[in-house]
Ligand binder design. Structure first.
Ligand SMILES: C[S@@+](CC[C@H](N)C(=O)[O-])C[C@H]1O[C@@H](n2cnc3c(N)ncnc32)[C@H](O)[C@@H]1O
Length: 305
């Protein structure tokens, strides 16, 4: 369990403010509101008269966001929903179009540090990894049920795990003797696959990529980003902006391809030809920012018939 209130330091906040440049009266859709760090910075910019609609699938994060936002501001509403379901949320909120959309992907520090959530190989806990705890599939289901070949492919495709076949084989040997149900049991299995090859995994812990690959699969992270970007253009006002912060090259590639294709079609203008990254001061203050990449594009006027 986490002690004290959950915490998460938002990344690239100044860049998000500068590039979105929100104005009083505007509507912002935050698909991953988390603990409300970006919301706290953006919300005052759209007042008076603005609306901030924040979504998260994790009830615990929404509780934290409510506590933090409640003290400071009005004009916000939070929903427990996937960002892929935002059209339904907007319909329920009576909102037809929005001015800005933000996605800040990946795992929240508060989730990572809570051993019970199973995201970290450094904390013992159930091998869970669901952002949405009402969802059925957990990491332990994949680890114990997938055939060796599929596990190896998952590690390779989602996280470029260079030792994927050996790791998958070792996991299958270990689970043959009894289900792997905890984070540390999985971390030990991965370490032993590396040790058997006389490798340490290099600069990062050998379990880093395996845990990331599983988290991405459990939460359908790549599919969700694709689906979100497919839906967004129809709901953005002219001049409205879509901003995505990603922490993984596969996510960033999806965002980049979306923005390039939208530019070629003439529906969006890219405001970041290269992804914006954290400066040295932010990287030093918040290690999580080191892999963050922000891309922003603006909706161009729709052609008149
Ligand atoms: C990096 S955190 C966001 C942090 C937030 N910007 C802040 O400043 O506190 C990402 C959040 O996305 C949430 N999340 C993951 N998948 C989601 C989905 N499909 N729909 C909505 N939220 C999701 C996670 O629960 C997590 O809280």
């Amino acid at each position: 369990m986490v002690s004290g209130p959950p915490e998460h330091q938002p990344v690239l906040v100044d860049h998000v403010l500068r590039l979105l440049n929100p104005q009083p009266g505007q509507v912002i859709l935050d698909g991953t509101v988390g603990l409300g760090g970006h919301a706290l910075a953006l919300l005052p910019r759209i007042q008076p008269g603005g609306r901030y609609i924040g979504l998260d699938v994790d009830e615990a994060m929404l509780r934290g966001a409510r506590d933090r936002l409640g003290e400071t501001a009005e004009g916000w509403t939070l929903y427990q929903a996937s960002y892929t379901a935002f059209p339904e949320v907007l319909a329920a909120a009576g909102v037809q179009a929005v001015d800005h959309v933000l996605l800040d992907l990946g795992v929240n520090s508060a989730q990572l540090e809570d051993g019970e959530r199973g995201f970290s190989f450094e904390r013992d806990g159930p091998l869970d990894m669901r952002y949405d705890r009402s969802q059925e599939v957990r990491a332990l289901d994949l680890v114990n049920r997938l055939p060796e070949r599929e596990l190896a492919d998952l590690f390779y495709h989602n996280a470029q795990e260079g030792n994927s076949r050996k790791v998958a084989r070792r996991i299958c040997q270990v689970r043959h003797a009894g289900r792997i149900t905890t984070t540390l049991a999985l971390a030990r299995a991965v370490e032993s696959a590396y040790a058997a090859r006389g490798r340490s995994g290099g600069k990062i812990h050998p379990a880093t990529r395996v845990f990331m690959a599983l988290r991405i699969a459990v939460n359908r992270e790549l599919e969700n980003v694709r689906e979100f970007l497919r839906l967004v253009p129809a709901y953005l006002r002219e001049g409205g902006k879509v901003a995505v912060i990603s922490f993984h090259s596969l996510e960033d590639r999806i965002v980049k391809q979306f923005m390039r294709a939208a530019k070629a079609e003439g529906t969006f203008e890219e405001l970041t030809s290269r992804p914006v990254i954290a400066d040295a001061a932010e990287r030093a203050a918040n290690p999580r920012s080191r892999s963050a990449k922000l891309r922003v594009a603006a909706r161009l006027p729709r052609p008149t018939e």
